[in-house]
Design a protein around this ligand. Structure first.
Ligand code: NDP
Length: 336
């Protein structure tokens, strides 16, 4: 067999925290594009927390990964062969067949991107899915208004870092972030302009949030769930609004989590809590890019990346993401 392509397969469903044994890195043949397809050599791929949910065999908004099959996810690559007029060799495309070095896909599932308009990696992060999640979650789901005090958890990550900076740029009174290390806390304040930040591992989140937001919070952008959500309810002002984007603290749980113990206080405080899925907000894509791309180009909205090299290291990159090894977007470079 002509072994020139490499792909990553899920070979067992993790119980609790995933391990490298749940993945297999397989050498395989480069696929041949069928009529209507393009062959793409992937340059960079995304690892994302939602992929943990897809490793479980449960019905969810995103179907489970199939065992012993190559995994999928956001990727950017260069077209090397095309059977359609709309794409030619050399075009750079965004698509969903990551976790492999080479992908043959229907042309209709590929979106051309302009490598001259922004650094390529940005299309998988600040100008891509995680950026849109932050933008739509803050402005639409949480109905952010200038003058709001905003709290965001997972604040040094891909989504959270954009949420906090956008809130500042759009006139928040105060922006508070939580993250899992002293270095990340410093980064939020020194580099990203947060007004306050704390390490959630240093002590009870409710106490640290109360200290950071003595006048309470109006908006909570939840990336973490659990104790963070309980703390946000505790510190919420009247008519507080919460966008529930992710609950990463629960993703490896093997038992259902205890509910926030203070749920009844959402009644007296008239808190609005809304779950969100980025897919419901693709209609905002143009508005998002036209507003955020110039902010990125001018350096007013900063984006960090943690980049791991090589497809063989993709499983470890994913495990590291769940452990907080990343600042900003976690990506895997596949090009030689
Ligand atoms: P991040 O870049 O934020 O990476 C994940 C981060 O989560 C880690 O860096 C780590 O940072 C933090 N983390 C891990 N375990 C815990 C824990 N037990 N408690 C607190 N923090 C923890 O990922 P994304 O920005 O891509 O995603 C952020 C959240 O948004 C996730 O929950 C994700 O599922 C969700 N999401 C939802 C979407 C939607 O459509 N609803 C779309 C995209 C993302 P630290 O060092 O600070 O612990």
């Amino acid at each position: 067999m002509n072994a020139q392509a490499i792909e990553v397969r899920l070979v067992s469903r993790p119980k609790g925290k995933p391990t490298l044994d749940d993945f297999a890195v397989i050498e395989t043949e480069i696929p041949t594009p069928a009529e209507g397809q393009i062959l793409v050599r992937n340059l960079v791929m995304s690892v994302d927390p939602y992929m943990r949910g897809r490793m479980n065999d449960v019905k969810s908004y995103s179907p489970p990964f199939e065992l012993d099959k190559v995994m999928t996810g956001g990727a950017l690559g260069e077209v090397v062969e095309s059977t359609v007029d709309s794409f030619k060799a050399g075009d750079v495309v965004l698509h969903q067949l990551g976790w492999r070095t080479h992908a043959a896909l229907d042309a209709k599932y590929a979106v051309k991107v302009d490598p001259a308009a922004a650094p390529l990696n940005a299309y998988l992060g600040v100008l891509g899915m995680t950026g849109l999640t932050a933008y739509a979650g803050l402005l639409d789901v949480a109905d952010f208004k200038p003058g709001d005090t905003v709290f965001v958890s997972g604040a040094a990550g891909a989504v959270g870092s954009v949420v906090g900076q956008l809130a500042k740029l759009k006139g928040a009174k105060r922006v508070i972030g939580s993250a899992g290390s002293a270095a990340k806390v410093r980064h939020l304040i020194d580099d990203l302009g947060f007004d306050a930040a704390f390490n959630y591992k240093d002590g009870p989140v409710a106490e640290q949030l109360r200290a950071a937001a003595p006048e309470g919070i109006d908006v909570y952008f939840d990336n973490v769930g659990g104790e963070h959500l309980e703390a946000a309810i505790d510190s919420s002002n009247l008519h507080g609004r919460m966008a529930i984007c992710g609950m990463i603290s629960l993703y490896n749980n093997t038992e259902p989590a205890a509910a926030p113990r203070n749920l009844p206080s959402i009644i007296g405080k008239r808190i609005t809590i809304r779950g969100m899925l980025v897919a419901d907000h693709f209609g905002m894509q143009q508005q998002f890019v036209s507003e955020v791309a110039p902010l990125v180009a001018k350096g007013e909205l900063k984006f960090e990346e943690t980049v791991v090299d090589g497809i063989r290291n993709a499983p470890q990159a994913f495990l590291d993401l769940l452990d907080g090894a990343n600042t900003g977007k976690m990506l895997v470079h596949l090009a030689d």
